[in-house]
Design a protein around this ligand. Structure first.
Ligand code: THU
Length: 133
């Protein structure tokens, strides 16, 4: 499973978004270390603050399935004409389960893709700052 395939799965997952309020579909595809991929999408609520982002949906779903080790994450926002990076809350949430070198790819509808890492998106986080990983 390469990063292009993973992003394609994230784009497909965005079709399963429940986002009647923002109309901003987001999909995530999480490659687990057993080679399986857990896909998810953002799920909104009429009480807006209860919304769950696609990235957190994917992490929670994977962990609930007993998958706790991950190789890569791709995020796709077909309703944005630029690559959309994970929000701050998701960065914190994801960092609980991955190392700083963990690859995170994100893209929008225009074909541009950003390849980043957990460490770039959340440097100096409390969990990893004393580690050499
Ligand atoms: N959203 C995500 O799912 N992931 C992101 O990285 C950005 C924001 C969702 C939350 C909300 O349902 C919609 O996009 C608009 O913010």
């Amino acid at each position: 499973m390469d990063s292009a395939e993973l992003l394609k799965l994230a784009t497909e997952a965005a079709d399963r978004s429940y986002s009647p309020y923002s109309k901003f579909r987001v999909g995530a595809a999480l490659l687990c270390d057993d080679g399986t991929v857990v896909c998810a999408a953002n799920v909104e609520n009429r009480s807006y603050g209860l919304t769950i982002c696609a990235e957190r949906s994917a992490m929670v779903s994977a962990i609930a399935q007993g998958k706790t080790r991950f190789k890569a994450l791709a995020i796709s926002c077909p309703d944005a004409d630029y690559p959309v990076s994970p929000c701050g809350a998701c960065r914190q949430f994801i960092s609980e389960f991955v190392e700083q070198s963990f690859p995170i790819r994100f893209g929008g509808s225009d074909g541009r893709v950003v390849d980043s890492t957990m460490g770039e998106l959340l440097p100096h986080d409390a969990l990893h700052e004393l580690s050499d990983k």
